[in-house]
Design a protein around this ligand. Structure first.
Ligand SMILES: NC(=O)C1=CN([C@@H]2O[C@H](COP(=O)(O)OP(=O)(O)OC[C@H]3O[C@@H](n4cnc5c(N)ncnc54)[C@H](O)[C@@H]3O)[C@@H](O)[C@H]2O)C=CC1
Ligand SMILES: O=C(O)[C@H]1O[C@H](OP(=O)(O)OP(=O)(O)OC[C@H]2O[C@@H](n3ccc(=O)[nH]c3=O)[C@H](O)[C@@H]2O)[C@H](O)[C@@H](O)[C@@H]1O
Length: 429
Protein backbone atom coordinates (compact mmCIF):
# COMPACT_ATOMS: atom_id res chain seq x y z
CA UNK A 1 0.00 0.00 0.00
CA UNK A 2 1.27 3.49 -0.87
CA UNK A 3 -0.06 6.97 -0.25
CA UNK A 4 -1.07 8.56 -3.53
CA UNK A 5 -2.24 12.05 -4.40
CA UNK A 6 -4.22 12.39 -7.65
CA UNK A 7 -4.52 15.98 -8.88
CA UNK A 8 -7.60 16.65 -11.03
CA UNK A 9 -11.00 15.06 -10.46
CA UNK A 10 -12.10 14.81 -14.10
CA UNK A 11 -12.65 11.62 -16.14
CA UNK A 12 -9.04 10.52 -15.84
CA UNK A 13 -8.39 11.74 -12.28
CA UNK A 14 -11.52 10.18 -10.79
CA UNK A 15 -10.98 6.89 -12.58
CA UNK A 16 -7.29 6.82 -11.61
CA UNK A 17 -8.13 7.60 -7.97
CA UNK A 18 -10.87 4.97 -7.77
CA UNK A 19 -8.80 2.26 -9.49
CA UNK A 20 -5.75 2.92 -7.29
CA UNK A 21 -7.96 2.71 -4.19
CA UNK A 22 -9.39 -0.57 -5.53
CA UNK A 23 -5.79 -1.81 -5.91
CA UNK A 24 -5.37 -1.25 -2.16
CA UNK A 25 -3.69 2.15 -2.01
CA UNK A 26 -4.57 5.14 0.16
CA UNK A 27 -5.66 7.82 -2.30
CA UNK A 28 -6.43 11.51 -1.93
CA UNK A 29 -7.98 13.10 -5.03
CA UNK A 30 -7.54 16.87 -5.24
CA UNK A 31 -9.43 19.34 -7.36
CA UNK A 32 -9.43 23.12 -7.24
CA UNK A 33 -13.16 23.13 -8.02
CA UNK A 34 -14.78 23.35 -4.59
CA UNK A 35 -18.25 22.43 -5.94
CA UNK A 36 -16.90 19.23 -7.47
CA UNK A 37 -15.21 18.22 -4.22
CA UNK A 38 -18.32 19.02 -2.17
CA UNK A 39 -20.43 16.90 -4.52
CA UNK A 40 -17.91 14.03 -4.34
CA UNK A 41 -17.86 14.21 -0.54
CA UNK A 42 -21.66 14.00 -0.63
CA UNK A 43 -21.45 10.82 -2.69
CA UNK A 44 -22.38 12.53 -5.98
CA UNK A 45 -20.23 11.94 -9.06
CA UNK A 46 -20.03 15.05 -11.26
CA UNK A 47 -19.80 13.10 -14.54
CA UNK A 48 -21.77 10.22 -16.03
CA UNK A 49 -19.41 7.28 -16.43
CA UNK A 50 -21.00 3.82 -16.16
CA UNK A 51 -20.04 2.04 -12.94
CA UNK A 52 -17.86 4.87 -11.60
CA UNK A 53 -20.26 5.94 -8.89
CA UNK A 54 -20.57 2.38 -7.49
CA UNK A 55 -16.83 1.84 -7.83
CA UNK A 56 -16.05 5.00 -5.85
CA UNK A 57 -18.64 4.10 -3.20
CA UNK A 58 -17.05 0.65 -2.84
CA UNK A 59 -13.63 2.18 -2.16
CA UNK A 60 -14.46 5.17 0.06
CA UNK A 61 -12.52 3.71 2.98
CA UNK A 62 -9.28 4.30 1.05
CA UNK A 63 -10.38 7.26 -1.06
CA UNK A 64 -10.80 10.88 -0.03
CA UNK A 65 -11.57 14.09 -1.92
CA UNK A 66 -10.15 17.48 -1.05
CA UNK A 67 -9.27 20.91 -2.38
CA UNK A 68 -6.19 21.16 -0.15
CA UNK A 69 -3.32 20.26 -2.48
CA UNK A 70 -0.62 20.93 0.11
CA UNK A 71 -2.03 18.38 2.54
CA UNK A 72 -2.51 15.77 -0.21
CA UNK A 73 0.99 16.20 -1.62
CA UNK A 74 2.76 16.21 1.75
CA UNK A 75 1.27 12.85 2.76
CA UNK A 76 1.81 11.14 -0.60
CA UNK A 77 4.89 9.42 -2.03
CA UNK A 78 3.32 9.27 -5.49
CA UNK A 79 1.64 12.23 -7.19
CA UNK A 80 -0.47 11.88 -10.32
CA UNK A 81 -1.08 14.90 -12.55
CA UNK A 82 -4.46 14.43 -14.27
CA UNK A 83 -5.50 17.97 -15.12
CA UNK A 84 -6.85 19.05 -18.51
CA UNK A 85 -4.62 19.95 -21.47
CA UNK A 86 -7.08 21.60 -23.88
CA UNK A 87 -6.28 23.23 -27.21
CA UNK A 88 -5.25 26.85 -27.60
CA UNK A 89 -6.76 28.81 -30.50
CA UNK A 90 -3.73 27.98 -32.71
CA UNK A 91 -4.03 24.23 -32.07
CA UNK A 92 -1.10 24.06 -29.65
CA UNK A 93 -1.68 22.62 -26.18
CA UNK A 94 -2.66 24.85 -23.29
CA UNK A 95 -0.28 23.75 -20.56
CA UNK A 96 -1.37 26.38 -18.04
CA UNK A 97 -3.16 23.82 -15.81
CA UNK A 98 -0.11 21.55 -15.73
CA UNK A 99 2.17 24.55 -15.07
CA UNK A 100 -0.09 25.70 -12.23
CA UNK A 101 0.09 22.24 -10.64
CA UNK A 102 3.90 22.23 -10.82
CA UNK A 103 4.02 25.67 -9.17
CA UNK A 104 1.63 24.48 -6.46
CA UNK A 105 3.33 21.18 -5.65
CA UNK A 106 6.92 22.51 -5.70
CA UNK A 107 6.80 24.14 -2.24
CA UNK A 108 5.24 20.96 -0.76
CA UNK A 109 8.07 18.58 -1.73
CA UNK A 110 9.92 17.82 1.53
CA UNK A 111 10.21 14.03 1.17
CA UNK A 112 10.81 11.81 -1.89
CA UNK A 113 8.01 11.97 -4.51
CA UNK A 114 7.43 10.11 -7.76
CA UNK A 115 5.59 12.64 -9.91
CA UNK A 116 3.60 10.90 -12.64
CA UNK A 117 2.03 12.76 -15.56
CA UNK A 118 -1.12 11.07 -16.84
CA UNK A 119 -2.38 14.15 -18.66
CA UNK A 120 -1.63 14.06 -22.40
CA UNK A 121 1.20 16.55 -22.88
CA UNK A 122 3.31 17.58 -25.91
CA UNK A 123 6.68 15.98 -26.53
CA UNK A 124 9.27 17.47 -24.19
CA UNK A 125 6.83 18.62 -21.49
CA UNK A 126 7.95 16.10 -18.85
CA UNK A 127 11.62 16.99 -19.42
CA UNK A 128 10.61 20.63 -18.96
CA UNK A 129 8.73 19.81 -15.75
CA UNK A 130 11.91 18.20 -14.38
CA UNK A 131 13.97 21.28 -15.28
CA UNK A 132 11.35 23.61 -13.78
CA UNK A 133 11.42 21.80 -10.46
CA UNK A 134 15.24 21.92 -10.42
CA UNK A 135 15.05 25.65 -11.21
CA UNK A 136 12.76 26.00 -8.17
CA UNK A 137 15.66 24.57 -6.10
CA UNK A 138 13.98 21.22 -5.44
CA UNK A 139 16.78 18.75 -4.82
CA UNK A 140 17.00 16.02 -7.52
CA UNK A 141 17.29 13.57 -4.58
CA UNK A 142 13.70 14.42 -3.64
CA UNK A 143 11.79 13.62 -6.83
CA UNK A 144 11.56 11.91 -10.17
CA UNK A 145 9.30 12.60 -13.13
CA UNK A 146 7.52 9.76 -14.92
CA UNK A 147 5.28 9.85 -17.98
CA UNK A 148 2.49 7.28 -17.70
CA UNK A 149 -0.05 8.23 -20.38
CA UNK A 150 -3.63 7.04 -20.11
CA UNK A 151 -5.49 5.13 -22.83
CA UNK A 152 -8.95 4.74 -21.27
CA UNK A 153 -12.09 5.44 -23.28
CA UNK A 154 -14.99 7.35 -21.80
CA UNK A 155 -17.90 5.00 -21.29
CA UNK A 156 -15.64 2.09 -20.27
CA UNK A 157 -13.08 3.98 -18.20
CA UNK A 158 -12.82 1.64 -15.20
CA UNK A 159 -12.61 -1.52 -17.26
CA UNK A 160 -10.00 0.05 -19.53
CA UNK A 161 -7.84 1.16 -16.61
CA UNK A 162 -8.06 -2.19 -14.85
CA UNK A 163 -7.43 -4.16 -18.08
CA UNK A 164 -5.09 -2.04 -20.18
CA UNK A 165 -3.46 -3.58 -23.26
CA UNK A 166 -0.17 -2.04 -22.08
CA UNK A 167 1.31 0.15 -19.39
CA UNK A 168 3.52 2.81 -20.92
CA UNK A 169 6.22 4.19 -18.64
CA UNK A 170 8.49 7.01 -19.77
CA UNK A 171 11.56 7.63 -17.61
CA UNK A 172 14.43 10.07 -17.48
CA UNK A 173 17.66 8.53 -18.72
CA UNK A 174 19.31 8.22 -15.29
CA UNK A 175 16.15 7.30 -13.37
CA UNK A 176 16.65 3.85 -11.82
CA UNK A 177 14.19 4.35 -8.97
CA UNK A 178 10.79 4.90 -10.59
CA UNK A 179 10.13 1.70 -12.55
CA UNK A 180 10.02 -0.62 -9.49
CA UNK A 181 7.79 1.92 -7.72
CA UNK A 182 5.35 1.97 -10.66
CA UNK A 183 5.42 -1.82 -11.01
CA UNK A 184 4.71 -2.26 -7.32
CA UNK A 185 1.85 0.25 -7.47
CA UNK A 186 0.26 -1.54 -10.47
CA UNK A 187 1.24 -5.05 -9.32
CA UNK A 188 -2.37 -6.28 -9.44
CA UNK A 189 -2.82 -5.19 -13.06
CA UNK A 190 -1.75 -7.69 -15.71
CA UNK A 191 -0.34 -5.92 -18.76
CA UNK A 192 2.89 -5.74 -20.73
CA UNK A 193 5.15 -2.79 -19.90
CA UNK A 194 6.53 -0.49 -22.54
CA UNK A 195 9.43 1.29 -20.87
CA UNK A 196 10.85 4.18 -22.83
CA UNK A 197 12.11 7.75 -22.52
CA UNK A 198 9.87 10.59 -21.30
CA UNK A 199 9.59 11.87 -24.88
CA UNK A 200 8.92 8.33 -26.15
CA UNK A 201 5.98 7.84 -23.78
CA UNK A 202 4.51 11.21 -24.74
CA UNK A 203 4.80 10.28 -28.42
CA UNK A 204 3.16 6.85 -27.93
CA UNK A 205 0.07 8.61 -26.56
CA UNK A 206 -0.16 11.11 -29.45
CA UNK A 207 0.62 8.50 -32.11
CA UNK A 208 -2.04 6.19 -30.65
CA UNK A 209 -4.82 8.80 -30.75
CA UNK A 210 -3.69 10.09 -34.13
CA UNK A 211 -3.69 6.59 -35.60
CA UNK A 212 -7.20 5.86 -34.31
CA UNK A 213 -8.42 9.20 -35.69
CA UNK A 214 -6.73 8.32 -38.99
CA UNK A 215 -8.66 5.04 -39.19
CA UNK A 216 -11.92 6.95 -38.73
CA UNK A 217 -11.13 9.59 -41.37
CA UNK A 218 -9.90 6.86 -43.69
CA UNK A 219 -13.18 4.95 -43.49
CA UNK A 220 -15.16 8.18 -43.83
CA UNK A 221 -13.29 8.93 -47.05
CA UNK A 222 -13.86 5.37 -48.25
CA UNK A 223 -17.58 5.84 -47.40
CA UNK A 224 -17.72 8.89 -49.67
CA UNK A 225 -16.23 6.83 -52.52
CA UNK A 226 -18.54 3.88 -51.73
CA UNK A 227 -21.51 6.21 -52.02
CA UNK A 228 -20.57 7.14 -55.59
CA UNK A 229 -20.46 3.44 -56.54
CA UNK A 230 -23.50 2.28 -54.52
CA UNK A 231 -21.36 0.09 -52.27
CA UNK A 232 -22.19 -0.53 -48.60
CA UNK A 233 -19.21 0.77 -46.59
CA UNK A 234 -20.23 -1.41 -43.61
CA UNK A 235 -19.46 -4.46 -45.78
CA UNK A 236 -16.13 -2.88 -46.68
CA UNK A 237 -15.30 -2.28 -42.98
CA UNK A 238 -16.10 -5.91 -42.21
CA UNK A 239 -14.18 -7.10 -45.24
CA UNK A 240 -11.00 -5.21 -44.51
CA UNK A 241 -11.31 -5.51 -40.72
CA UNK A 242 -10.94 -9.29 -40.81
CA UNK A 243 -7.36 -8.83 -41.98
CA UNK A 244 -5.46 -8.86 -38.67
CA UNK A 245 -3.04 -6.30 -40.07
CA UNK A 246 -5.98 -3.87 -40.30
CA UNK A 247 -8.27 -5.00 -37.46
CA UNK A 248 -12.03 -4.47 -37.10
CA UNK A 249 -12.05 -1.48 -34.76
CA UNK A 250 -12.51 2.21 -35.53
CA UNK A 251 -13.85 1.56 -39.01
CA UNK A 252 -17.37 2.84 -38.37
CA UNK A 253 -18.17 5.62 -40.83
CA UNK A 254 -20.42 8.46 -39.75
CA UNK A 255 -20.46 12.05 -38.56
CA UNK A 256 -16.76 11.89 -37.72
CA UNK A 257 -14.75 11.79 -34.53
CA UNK A 258 -15.18 14.17 -31.62
CA UNK A 259 -14.66 14.26 -27.89
CA UNK A 260 -12.19 15.95 -25.62
CA UNK A 261 -9.16 14.17 -27.03
CA UNK A 262 -8.97 13.13 -30.70
CA UNK A 263 -9.58 16.60 -32.14
CA UNK A 264 -7.20 18.35 -29.73
CA UNK A 265 -4.50 15.67 -29.81
CA UNK A 266 -4.36 15.43 -33.62
CA UNK A 267 -4.14 19.25 -33.77
CA UNK A 268 -1.45 19.29 -31.11
CA UNK A 269 0.65 16.62 -32.86
CA UNK A 270 0.35 18.65 -36.08
CA UNK A 271 1.73 21.68 -34.21
CA UNK A 272 4.47 19.58 -32.60
CA UNK A 273 5.58 18.46 -36.09
CA UNK A 274 5.41 21.99 -37.51
CA UNK A 275 7.56 23.26 -34.64
CA UNK A 276 10.32 21.10 -36.10
CA UNK A 277 9.57 22.13 -39.72
CA UNK A 278 8.01 18.74 -40.47
CA UNK A 279 4.92 19.00 -42.65
CA UNK A 280 2.42 16.46 -41.24
CA UNK A 281 0.50 15.64 -44.42
CA UNK A 282 -1.50 12.73 -43.04
CA UNK A 283 -2.47 14.50 -39.81
CA UNK A 284 -3.74 17.47 -41.83
CA UNK A 285 -5.72 15.25 -44.21
CA UNK A 286 -7.27 13.39 -41.25
CA UNK A 287 -8.54 16.70 -39.88
CA UNK A 288 -9.77 17.94 -43.26
CA UNK A 289 -11.88 14.83 -43.75
CA UNK A 290 -13.25 15.11 -40.22
CA UNK A 291 -13.93 18.83 -40.50
CA UNK A 292 -15.95 18.31 -43.68
CA UNK A 293 -17.88 15.23 -42.61
CA UNK A 294 -20.88 17.20 -41.30
CA UNK A 295 -21.05 18.91 -44.73
CA UNK A 296 -21.70 15.49 -46.28
CA UNK A 297 -24.84 15.12 -44.15
CA UNK A 298 -25.98 18.72 -44.62
CA UNK A 299 -25.70 18.20 -48.38
CA UNK A 300 -27.82 15.04 -48.10
CA UNK A 301 -30.46 16.86 -46.04
CA UNK A 302 -30.56 19.80 -48.44
CA UNK A 303 -31.03 17.40 -51.36
CA UNK A 304 -33.78 15.49 -49.55
CA UNK A 305 -35.50 18.70 -48.42
CA UNK A 306 -35.08 21.68 -50.76
CA UNK A 307 -37.07 23.65 -48.15
CA UNK A 308 -34.96 22.37 -45.24
CA UNK A 309 -35.45 25.56 -43.18
CA UNK A 310 -39.17 24.75 -42.82
CA UNK A 311 -38.59 21.24 -41.50
CA UNK A 312 -38.67 19.78 -38.03
CA UNK A 313 -35.57 17.66 -37.49
CA UNK A 314 -35.33 15.30 -34.51
CA UNK A 315 -31.67 14.81 -33.58
CA UNK A 316 -31.16 11.73 -31.41
CA UNK A 317 -27.91 12.07 -29.50
CA UNK A 318 -25.99 15.04 -28.14
CA UNK A 319 -22.98 13.34 -26.49
CA UNK A 320 -19.83 12.82 -28.59
CA UNK A 321 -20.31 9.05 -28.26
CA UNK A 322 -22.63 6.69 -26.34
CA UNK A 323 -22.38 5.91 -22.61
CA UNK A 324 -21.15 9.34 -21.64
CA UNK A 325 -22.68 12.75 -20.96
CA UNK A 326 -19.58 14.44 -22.38
CA UNK A 327 -20.37 16.92 -25.17
CA UNK A 328 -16.87 18.31 -25.64
CA UNK A 329 -16.35 18.74 -29.40
CA UNK A 330 -19.36 16.51 -30.06
CA UNK A 331 -20.14 15.83 -33.75
CA UNK A 332 -23.82 15.65 -32.74
CA UNK A 333 -23.64 19.20 -31.40
CA UNK A 334 -21.73 20.30 -34.51
CA UNK A 335 -24.60 18.99 -36.62
CA UNK A 336 -27.18 20.68 -34.38
CA UNK A 337 -25.36 24.00 -34.76
CA UNK A 338 -25.37 23.70 -38.54
CA UNK A 339 -29.10 22.91 -38.55
CA UNK A 340 -29.69 25.85 -36.22
CA UNK A 341 -27.82 28.16 -38.63
CA UNK A 342 -30.09 26.86 -41.40
CA UNK A 343 -33.06 27.87 -39.17
CA UNK A 344 -34.50 24.34 -39.06
CA UNK A 345 -36.76 23.52 -36.14
CA UNK A 346 -34.42 21.20 -34.19
CA UNK A 347 -35.57 18.94 -31.39
CA UNK A 348 -32.68 17.21 -29.66
CA UNK A 349 -32.79 14.29 -27.27
CA UNK A 350 -30.04 12.40 -25.43
CA UNK A 351 -30.42 9.87 -22.59
CA UNK A 352 -27.65 11.56 -20.54
CA UNK A 353 -26.06 14.59 -22.19
CA UNK A 354 -27.26 18.19 -22.12
CA UNK A 355 -26.72 20.74 -24.90
CA UNK A 356 -23.65 22.73 -23.92
CA UNK A 357 -25.17 26.08 -24.96
CA UNK A 358 -28.44 27.64 -26.10
CA UNK A 359 -28.98 27.93 -29.84
CA UNK A 360 -31.70 29.53 -31.94
CA UNK A 361 -34.39 27.13 -33.17
CA UNK A 362 -33.02 24.30 -30.99
CA UNK A 363 -34.90 22.68 -28.13
CA UNK A 364 -33.72 19.84 -25.97
CA UNK A 365 -36.56 17.55 -24.88
CA UNK A 366 -36.68 14.97 -22.12
CA UNK A 367 -38.09 12.05 -24.05
CA UNK A 368 -37.59 10.33 -27.34
CA UNK A 369 -41.33 10.48 -28.10
CA UNK A 370 -41.34 14.23 -27.69
CA UNK A 371 -38.39 14.57 -30.07
CA UNK A 372 -39.88 12.37 -32.76
CA UNK A 373 -43.46 13.64 -32.62
CA UNK A 374 -44.25 15.47 -35.88
CA UNK A 375 -40.63 15.26 -37.13
CA UNK A 376 -40.04 15.43 -40.86
CA UNK A 377 -36.73 13.66 -40.39
CA UNK A 378 -35.00 11.75 -37.60
CA UNK A 379 -31.18 11.89 -37.42
CA UNK A 380 -29.22 9.42 -35.31
CA UNK A 381 -26.23 11.51 -34.20
CA UNK A 382 -24.92 9.35 -31.33
CA UNK A 383 -25.06 5.55 -31.46
CA UNK A 384 -26.66 4.90 -28.06
CA UNK A 385 -27.99 1.33 -27.80
CA UNK A 386 -31.50 2.63 -27.15
CA UNK A 387 -31.53 4.27 -30.60
CA UNK A 388 -30.29 1.10 -32.28
CA UNK A 389 -33.18 -0.82 -30.73
CA UNK A 390 -36.03 1.53 -31.70
CA UNK A 391 -39.37 0.16 -32.87
CA UNK A 392 -39.48 1.78 -36.31
CA UNK A 393 -43.15 0.98 -36.91
CA UNK A 394 -44.00 3.03 -33.81
CA UNK A 395 -41.57 5.78 -34.83
CA UNK A 396 -43.21 6.06 -38.23
CA UNK A 397 -46.62 6.53 -36.61
CA UNK A 398 -45.34 9.51 -34.62
CA UNK A 399 -43.37 11.20 -37.41
CA UNK A 400 -44.69 13.64 -39.96
CA UNK A 401 -42.17 12.56 -42.61
CA UNK A 402 -40.41 9.32 -43.49
CA UNK A 403 -36.67 10.07 -43.59
CA UNK A 404 -34.26 8.43 -41.14
CA UNK A 405 -30.68 9.71 -41.40
CA UNK A 406 -28.27 7.28 -39.78
CA UNK A 407 -25.35 9.55 -38.80
CA UNK A 408 -23.49 6.59 -37.30
CA UNK A 409 -24.23 3.85 -39.87
CA UNK A 410 -25.45 1.83 -36.90
CA UNK A 411 -29.02 0.92 -37.93
CA UNK A 412 -30.45 -2.03 -39.79
CA UNK A 413 -31.38 -0.57 -43.15
CA UNK A 414 -33.75 -3.38 -44.18
CA UNK A 415 -35.71 -3.22 -40.95
CA UNK A 416 -36.27 0.50 -41.41
CA UNK A 417 -37.25 0.21 -45.05
CA UNK A 418 -39.68 -2.62 -44.27
CA UNK A 419 -41.54 -0.18 -42.02
CA UNK A 420 -42.08 2.15 -44.97
CA UNK A 421 -39.37 4.59 -43.90
CA UNK A 422 -36.52 5.86 -46.07
CA UNK A 423 -33.03 5.04 -44.78
CA UNK A 424 -30.15 7.44 -45.45
CA UNK A 425 -26.66 6.55 -44.22
CA UNK A 426 -23.25 7.46 -45.53
CA UNK A 427 -21.85 5.11 -48.17
CA UNK A 428 -24.62 2.56 -47.55
CA UNK A 429 -25.09 1.54 -51.19
N1 LIG B 1 -11.16 12.12 -20.97
C1 LIG B 1 -10.54 11.05 -21.40
O1 LIG B 1 -11.16 10.07 -21.78
C2 LIG B 1 -9.05 10.97 -21.42
C3 LIG B 1 -8.26 12.09 -21.14
N2 LIG B 1 -6.89 11.99 -21.19
C4 LIG B 1 -6.07 13.16 -20.84
O2 LIG B 1 -6.14 13.33 -19.42
C5 LIG B 1 -6.14 14.72 -19.08
C6 LIG B 1 -7.36 15.04 -18.24
O3 LIG B 1 -8.51 14.83 -19.02
P1 LIG B 1 -9.98 14.83 -18.36
O4 LIG B 1 -9.99 13.96 -17.16
O5 LIG B 1 -10.93 14.56 -19.47
O6 LIG B 1 -10.09 16.36 -17.93
P2 LIG B 1 -11.26 17.10 -17.15
O7 LIG B 1 -11.34 18.44 -17.76
O8 LIG B 1 -12.47 16.22 -17.11
O9 LIG B 1 -10.72 17.22 -15.65
C7 LIG B 1 -9.62 17.99 -15.27
C8 LIG B 1 -9.82 18.39 -13.81
O10 LIG B 1 -8.62 19.02 -13.34
C9 LIG B 1 -9.00 20.03 -12.43
N3 LIG B 1 -7.89 20.98 -12.26
C10 LIG B 1 -7.36 21.85 -13.14
N4 LIG B 1 -6.34 22.53 -12.59
C11 LIG B 1 -6.19 22.06 -11.34
C12 LIG B 1 -5.29 22.36 -10.27
N5 LIG B 1 -4.34 23.28 -10.40
N6 LIG B 1 -5.43 21.69 -9.11
C13 LIG B 1 -6.40 20.77 -8.96
N7 LIG B 1 -7.28 20.44 -9.93
C14 LIG B 1 -7.17 21.08 -11.11
C15 LIG B 1 -10.25 20.65 -13.07
O11 LIG B 1 -11.01 21.38 -12.13
C16 LIG B 1 -10.96 19.39 -13.59
O12 LIG B 1 -11.86 18.88 -12.64
C17 LIG B 1 -6.04 15.46 -20.41
O13 LIG B 1 -4.69 15.74 -20.67
C18 LIG B 1 -6.56 14.48 -21.43
O14 LIG B 1 -6.03 14.69 -22.71
C19 LIG B 1 -6.25 10.83 -21.47
C20 LIG B 1 -6.98 9.69 -21.73
C21 LIG B 1 -8.44 9.67 -21.72
O1 LIG C 1 -7.03 10.18 -25.11
C1 LIG C 1 -8.19 10.01 -24.89
O2 LIG C 1 -8.94 10.82 -24.32
C2 LIG C 1 -8.91 8.78 -25.33
O3 LIG C 1 -9.47 9.06 -26.64
C3 LIG C 1 -10.25 8.00 -27.19
O4 LIG C 1 -11.35 7.66 -26.35
P1 LIG C 1 -12.72 8.49 -26.33
O5 LIG C 1 -12.46 9.88 -26.79
O6 LIG C 1 -13.33 8.24 -25.00
O7 LIG C 1 -13.69 7.82 -27.39
P2 LIG C 1 -13.57 6.84 -28.65
O8 LIG C 1 -14.37 5.64 -28.39
O9 LIG C 1 -12.19 6.65 -29.10
O10 LIG C 1 -14.35 7.72 -29.76
C4 LIG C 1 -13.84 8.96 -30.19
C5 LIG C 1 -14.72 9.50 -31.30
O11 LIG C 1 -14.56 8.73 -32.50
C6 LIG C 1 -15.83 8.34 -33.01
N1 LIG C 1 -15.68 7.04 -33.69
C7 LIG C 1 -15.12 5.99 -33.04
C8 LIG C 1 -14.95 4.78 -33.67
C9 LIG C 1 -15.36 4.64 -35.00
O12 LIG C 1 -15.22 3.56 -35.65
N2 LIG C 1 -15.93 5.69 -35.62
C10 LIG C 1 -16.10 6.90 -35.01
O13 LIG C 1 -16.61 7.86 -35.63
C11 LIG C 1 -16.74 8.29 -31.78
O14 LIG C 1 -18.09 8.42 -32.15
C12 LIG C 1 -16.21 9.49 -31.00
O15 LIG C 1 -16.80 10.69 -31.47
C13 LIG C 1 -9.35 6.76 -27.30
O16 LIG C 1 -10.14 5.67 -27.81
C14 LIG C 1 -8.75 6.39 -25.95
O17 LIG C 1 -7.86 5.28 -26.10
C15 LIG C 1 -7.98 7.59 -25.42
O18 LIG C 1 -7.46 7.31 -24.13
Amino acid sequence: MVNICVIGAGYVGLTTAAVLAELGHEVCCIDKDQNKITELNNGKIPIYEPGLSEFIAKNTNRLSFNTNLEEGVKKASIIFICVGTPSLADGKTNLSYVDAVINEIAPCIHSYKTIITKSTVPIGTNEQIYEKLLAKKISPELFNIVSNPEFLREGSAIYDMLHPDKIVVGLRQDDTQSLPIIQEMYSRIQAPYIVTSLNGAEMIKYASNAFLATKISFINEIARICEAFHIDVNDVSKGIGLDPRIGPHFLQAGLGYGGSCFPKDVKSLEQIALSKQIHPLILQAVQTVNDTQIDVYIHKLKTLFPDLHTKKIAVLGIAFKPNTDDTRDSPAERLISRLSQLTCDVCAYDPKAKLSHDQHHVRQVNSLDEAIKGADCVVIATDWDEFKQLDWTEIKKQMNGTIIVDGRNCLNRKEIEQCGLRYVGVGRG
